[in-house]
Design a binder for this molecule. Structure first.
Ligand SMILES: [Zn+2]
Length: 251
């Protein structure tokens, strides 16, 4: 995700805080290294500090993300920056599926890959970025749209024991019912309250994408950007800082 302008998603007048008391594991599924670091990773810092296990699945290594540098170099480099970002906010596991950056499709292959990860991690909630074409910061990237849509479908696929049956037969992965889908970058229904420490870790995790951000001279400084996003969420939720999410009950 690359943000050049105002980033605070359209906030409704007020949102309630998301009740995560029954949530033990969260799986975050996004397209690229850095997609989690525009506010969502601050919520991850909050969750992991409270003992919730968080895993990331990235569909690509973001190898086509730097115009002047060869994908063969960029992929490993961005994966490394993502590992550092994950470490900062306490992510348990990072899986990069190495699908082709820039060319993702919400097809059966992508759905099967995501369903496999859901069946493996067994999350109570899955978090993804919005699949909408128009977002508050402009037209959404093709990979983000494809990933969001594939995640919605894969949550249902993962819960249907008759779909992608080889995952059960050959890999021992049973059907899994995910209770919540949390979507970022769209009009929120709920806020995840953030401590100041979590906001700071969120900023640090975006700063960890050092080489990538250096290749984007127009990029808003991470501190300014994350503060703006989390203050906006906090204002809507009636607290100092929050990440706005659209919480959708899935099962
Ligand atoms: Zn992205």
């Amino acid at each position: 995700m690359t943000l050049h302008e105002s980033t605070a998603p359209g906030q409704p007048a007020s949102i309630e805080l998301f009740d995560d008391t029954d949530i033990r594991r969260i799986l975050c599924v996004v397209a690229h290294p850095d997609d989690m670091e525009y506010g969502a990773s601050a919520a991850v810092a909050e969750w992991t500090a409270r003992g919730i296990e968080v895993d990331y699945v990235l569909l690509t290594a973001g190898e086509a993300g730097i115009r002047d540098q060869d994908p063969g170099e960029v992929g490993p480099l961005r994966a490394e920056e993502q590992r550092a970002a994950c470490h900062l906010v306490g992510v348990s596991g990072l899986t990069i599926l190495d699908l082709p950056d820039g060319l993702l499709e919400a097809d059966l292959t992508t759905r099967a890959e995501i369903a496999r990860q859901i069946r493996r991690v067994k999350p109570d909630a899955v978090l993804c970025t919005t699949w909408e074409l128009e977002t508050p910061w402009g037209l959404n990237h093709a990979d983000h749209r494809a990933t969001g849509l594939a995640v919605v479908d894969a949550i249902r696929d993962a819960d249907n024991p008759w779909l992608f049956r080889s995952q059960r037969v050959d890999e021992g992965l049973d059907a899994w019912s995910t209770r919540w889908l949390l979507v970022t970058g769209t009009t929120p229904t709920h806020g995840v309250e953030l401590s100041e420490r979590s906001v700071e870790l969120g900023i640090a995790s975006l700063e960890a994408h050092e080489v990538y951000l250096a290749a984007l001279p127009d990029h808003i400084p991470p501190r300014e950007l994350i503060t703006q996003v989390t203050r906006g969420g906090g204002e809507a939720a009636g607290v100092d800082f929050a990440l706005g999410v659209r919480a959708i009950r899935m099962g």
